[in-house]
Design a protein around this ligand. Sequence first.
Ligand SMILES: *Cc1c(COP(=O)(O)O)cnc(C)c1O
Ligand SMILES: [Zn+2]
Length: 427
Amino acid sequence: MAVQTVATPSDSTVDLGPASALSCRECGHRVPLGPVFACEECFGPLEIAYDFSAYDTEELRRRIEAGPASIWRYAPLLPVPADVAGKPNLNPGWTKLVKADNLARELGVTGGLYVKDDSGNPTHSFKDRVVAQALEAARAFGFTTLSCSSTGNLAGAVGAAAARAGFRSCVFIPHDLEQGKVVMAAVYGGELVGIEGNYDDVNRFCSELIGDPAGEGWGFVNVNLRPYYAEGSKTLAYEICEQLGWRLPDQIVIPIASGSQLTKIDKGLQELIRLGLVEDRPYKIFGAQAEGCSPVSTAFKAGHDVVRPQKPATIAKSLAIGNPADGPYVLDVARRTGGAVEDVTDPEIVDAIRLLARTEGIFAETAGGVTVGVTRKLLKEGVLDPAKTTVVLNTGDGLKTLDAVAGTGLTATIRPTLDSFREAGLA
Ligand SMILES: *Cc1c(COP(=O)(O)O)cnc(C)c1O
Ligand SMILES: [Zn+2]
């Protein structure tokens, strides 16, 4: 009999650490670990179920604290083999949690304001966290090509991870993305395909490709490997709490594209509570969108449970998903925790990028402008409590979206003389 290279969902030899099964978020139906993402009973999304029953809280805490300075310190809580840190990967995570006292003063926050700065990841966005999980699943299931539909950052993260791990990569993006993101995705040597359409068109195309023989052996990190991919966002929750001294923040402001990151940060916080690693007390989760692509905040403000798709038109292209897969779950999380979902205009995004740069020396991409802008707006509206510990996510690097702050440049051009310097009023 020929050796099977792609594991079937019933393969019990798959070693993904504490991950024990896939479970449907809607009906609870369970299936063995495999490259599947939709429930065969109800088409609901599948997510990873774990067996954490053997963990002793203090032993686990010691193990984490003694672990590597990357997301792999949390390997006992992720769908990855125990020896994951030794495999070729980009070792993302353990990014800075910056105490943003200058920004706090500017915004009137007294309870402690922090920026979780994920621009410090290997490809300068939070996407390295999720791709690292999908890579391990791809290895476990015998895929040889890594792929994705991307709004830009994911393409770069997949290209880099594939290069390092020795996979072929072929990624799909809307044809009109920022140059910084196109170059960043192409430089790692994989194939980069621009699709004439927006992200939702790209995503639809990828779903078709998965069902076609042309896509055989391909691991689409955010489609057929989505349950694994999504777990990577839990590491943001783990890191924030550990960096606060194993404490939950009171309020977190998170950007929304598909909504996966926001819902998994909530899942991560719930796990830490259940495992006894943090004290069980209330926290609030706030979602942030750009007004030009605000399907979730529109539904939140209207009190709807369903998210009506929109056609995106915003400079925050990394968040420009008009039909967000996890939109309804974001609404659940925001309402359950007593948070909210809000949006800001493109000029407000640019203002917020400048504000963060000028106060804290952090140059955020447009998604960071969205979270900082929404934080400022929610404080003004009295929705965010300035007396509470608040964490704002910056999920990407401003160098990738330079156009957003075009017009920022030289204060003056002078001759190389002191006279010229004085004439320019700079002395
Ligand atoms: C992908 C992305 C997000 C969040 O994406 P979700 O699909 O909501 O998980 C946030 N910020 C940046 C910069 C991104 O690239
Ligand atoms: Zn189901």
